[in-house]
Design a protein around this ligand. Structure first.
Ligand SMILES: C[S@@+](CC[C@H](N)C(=O)[O-])C[C@H]1O[C@@H](n2cnc3c(N)ncnc32)[C@H](O)[C@@H]1O
Length: 293
């Protein structure tokens, strides 16, 4: 079915009211976007902040007469008769397919490749992880995941026990197993992530070496040689004592999901338990590594 969309420049004061109004006028979905490249990182729980300059896009079925909607909106006091808007036809695409078409095999470090399950493996003799992220985070295209994959590729993993804290699609857990780890425990608060990790482990024939848990179900005495956690700075700060407890003395740690400006503070925090290295960076993101004291 083809679509038509109305784009309106608004602000954080009026975006919600305008969204409600457009839903009343028959809009099928509303998208709010940053109008001026002002990123919002880690809002506190329950908070949904909006940008000062917000672009609202309201999607309608193509046969809706948007000229009529615009005339009605001109009567809204906070918009006024000369408010700024754009009407655009939306091509009827298979959006899921579109995303899949843009995801290609990528190499990380020397040995490791992440290959979408619907593509041909370009280097069969490499260490290939065949991946479908499903509804979970983790394709390798995000710098935080890439930093962890490069780190894993550079480690000697043979016969090692690994914990992947915040396993998402299972990309790091499966990569560790394909790189030689003996067993991996994946932990995630999201059930979809547990499901995706399981499917990817199966896809890569390593299901017998992976254990997956929601945090409340994880074994109490869990300890590993290597722990990787790609979650945001907030949880990494809160979980520090718990994470430290799970790494054997002399074991390796990698923390990702941190912004560059957060790296030193988090590194400082972890020095209580780990000898920390200098951070590594990719775009705006950082990875911290260390050895358990
Ligand atoms: C950025 S994704 C990383 C996924 C994957 N490991 C990767 O590197 O691409 C973070 C994952 O951590 C999970 N997560 C967030 N907070 C968590 C917590 N406190 N305990 C366990 N998992 C958590 C999220 O559900 C999400 O799947």
């Amino acid at each position: 079915m083809p679509w038509i969309q109305l784009k309106i420049d608004t602000d954080n004061q009026h975006a919600d009211a305008l969204s409600d109004l457009l839903m009343e006028k028959g809009s099928l979905s509303i998208t709010l976007e940053d109008g001026k490249d002002t990123p919002i990182y880690e809002p506190t729980l329950g908070e949904t902040p909006l940008w000062n300059h917000t672009v609202l896009t309201a999607l309608f079925e193509a046969d809706r007469d948007l000229a009529v909607v615009v005339e009605q909106l001109k009567l809204v006091p906070y918009l006024g008769s000369d408010f700024s808007y754009k009407i655009e036809q939306v091509e009827d695409k298979d959006w899921e397919r579109e995303w899949m078409d843009n995801f290609h095999p990528i190499q990380f470090g020397k040995r490791l490749w992440i290959c979408p399950s619907w593509r041909e493996v370009p280097v069969p003799e490499a260490v290939n992880v065949i991946l479908d992220p499903g509804l979970a985070f983790g394709t390798g295209t995000h710098p935080t995941t890439a930093l962890c994959l490069e780190w894993l590729d550079g480690l000697e993993l043979t016969n090692k026990e690994v914990i992947d804290f915040g396993c998402g699609s299972g990309i790091l857990a499966v990569a560790a197993l394909k790189l030689g780890a003996k067993e991996v425990t994946g932990i995630d608060i999201d059930y979809q992530a547990i499901e995706a990790s399981k499917a990817n482990a199966e896809r890569n024939d390593v299901l017998d070496k992976i254990s997956l848990y929601l945090p409340e179900d994880q074994p109490k005495d869990l300890k590993a040689d290597i722990l990787v956690a790609n979650i945001l700075a907030g949880p990494l700060r809160e979980l520090a004592p718990l994470i430290a407890e799970k790494v054997k003395s002399g074991g390796h740690l990698a923390l990702s999901g941190l912004l560059k400006e957060q790296a030193n503070e988090i590194a400082e925090f972890y020095t209580e338990w780990f000898d920390m290295d200098e951070p590594a960076h990719k775009e705006d993101w950082s990875r911290l590594t260390g050895i358990r004291k």
